[in-house]
Write a protein that binds this ligand. Structure first.
Ligand code: SF4
Length: 455
């Protein structure tokens, strides 16, 4: 059923002194669609971005039957289906539910979990156990059903990539233990790794109790005194499993996306045949995948007995093993055949327009949906971003059609926002922002300014 919603989800922080939850949680889901200018929009939560080939088929089927046919990746590794027919009713949810993409109707918008996409592939620990356990715990918790669609869990394999995304509750792998971070706190709790998911859920439930009066959606939205008291409440809640002393571990400020290309792990078996190619990493221009691209990615995963991992940087990782022709996913490849197999897969994907190497001019370029998909947009920022694509930049750039900056990156990046006075370009460093430059009605000057800012 299509719920009546405003053209764009209002910011919960724009309500001044009133309850932050006034107006309800407008975050779209699979059951609660958002009405955009290009039709209805469904946001399908994909915990950890991990998607089996069969589930990827189901998403493509829904996009083709009810929507614009494309798959739109989000900055949380989820999938948006756009251009849905207002008369589609429960059709999308029925198909997605049958594929296992809707395990709990009550929790469908609460299953917001990002995970390090290269976990277990380049020498770091795997996170699959944590991911399925935390997702199961969230879906089994009656309290967690009232988490907002904005609340975010992050599972970090220790490299700091998703820890930098500013989640509300973050688990960081560290040997036999893990670290639990609440909000942006620099003091973290040490917990045995096996108890991490349970501690993460307890921390989220403690947040819900703390947010009862203010109605805050996220930890950072809590009133200052309540936010300051939250770690103490979490410590009491998880006291049975956490070490007594908190650990000082400042949150990383830069979230680094996996580089497009082959992913390798050191080969320690002593046979001297070189590193093992464990995965391939693919970038998606502006996060939008055509049916042909999606089908090819899915078939590549299926051929290797693997899965798709959608990244919070709108990319896709396909774990191997590479270097064998069988479909059973059994390992046994040597270094050279793995490289050849991965290179062949990347060449095939590149031919469809996907980003398969760090030298693509599209690497690091992002944009919101803009005009004509969003009524708030002052320009077709996707077309503008494409027209301005130039030399590979050091910093990512993100184009927004208005000041809301939906889906913007984190850490250090170049912000291009359309305003009534022209395009405003600024260098963002975490919470800080350098004085902007403004370019008005001059596409060549705009491209040059953006390129200079990214260099
Ligand atoms: S940032 Fe883009 S998608 Fe978000 S409201 Fe503004 S124009 Fe629309």
């Amino acid at each position: 059923m299509l719920a009546a919603m405003p053209d764009s989800a209002p910011s919960p922080l724009s309500t001044g002194g009133t309850s932050l939850r006034d107006g309800g949680d407008a975050c779209p889901g699979t059951l609660r669609l958002h009405r955009a200018d290009d039709g209805a929009l469904a946001r399908v939560r994909i915990p950890g971005g991990v998607l089996s080939a069969d589930r990827a088929d189901a998403l493509l089927a829904v996009a083709g039957r009810f929507g614009d046919g494309d798959l739109h990746l989000t900055s949380r590794g989820n999938v948006q289906l756009r251009g849905l027919d207002a008369e589609c009713g429960g059709g999308p949810a029925e198909l997605l539910g049958a594929a296992g993409l809707l395990p709990s109707a009550a929790h469908e918008r609460a299953r917001n979990i990002v995970a390090s996409p290269l976990a277990g592939l380049d020498g770091s620990p795997a996170l699959g156990g944590w991911l399925s356990e935390l997702d199961g715990l969230v879906c089994a918790s009656a309290a967690a059903a009232s988490l907002s669609g904005r609340f975010l869990f992050a599972l970090d394999d220790g490299r700091g990539d998703v820890d930098a995304l500013g989640a509300d509750v973050t688990l960081i792998a560290e040997g036999d233990d893990c670290l639990l971070r609440v909000g942006a706190e620099d003091e973290v709790f040490r917990v045995p790794a096996g108890k991490g998911p349970r501690a993460a859920l307890l921390a989220a439930e403690a947040f819900l109790r703390a947010a009862r009066d203010s109605g805050a959606w996220r930890v950072k939205d809590l009133p200052d005194d309540v936010r300051a008291a939250l770690p103490g409440e979490v410590a009491r809640t998880i006291g049975g499993v956490a070490a007594d002393e908190a650990v000082h571990r400042p949150r990383p400020r830069t979230a680094k996306a996996p580089e497009p290309g082959p992913v390798t792990a050191q080969d320690n078996d002593g046979d001297g045949d070189g590193d093992t190619t464990t995965a391939i990493s693919i970038g998606v221009p502006l996060g939008r995948l055509t049916a042909t691209q999606w089908r090819l990615l899915t078939e590549t995963a299926r051929r290797h007995g693997s899965e798709l991992r959608l990244t919070p940087w709108r990319g896709v990782i396909i774990p191997g093993p590479f270097g064998q022709s069988g479909q059973d996913g059994q390992s046994g490849q040597d270094g050279q055949s793995g490289q050849d197999d991965a290179a062949e897969a990347l060449r095939t994907l590149a031919a469809t327009g996907l980003i398969t190497g760090p030298d693509s001019p599209w690497t690091g370029v992002g944009a919101c949906i803009g005009h004509p998909g969003c009524a708030k947009s002052l320009a077709d920022v996707r077309a503008e971003a494409g027209a301005a694509v130039g030399p590979v930049g050091r910093l990512p750039v993100y184009w927004s059609g208005c000041e809301r900056r939906c889906g913007h990156p984190h850490g250090e990046w170049i912000d291009v926002v359309v305003t009534p006075d022209g395009h405003r370009i600024s260098h963002v460093r975490g919470e800080r922002r350098d004085p902007p430059a403004t370019v008005r009605n001059n596409p060549a000057a705009l491209a040059a300014t953006v390129a200079a800012a990214r260099a």
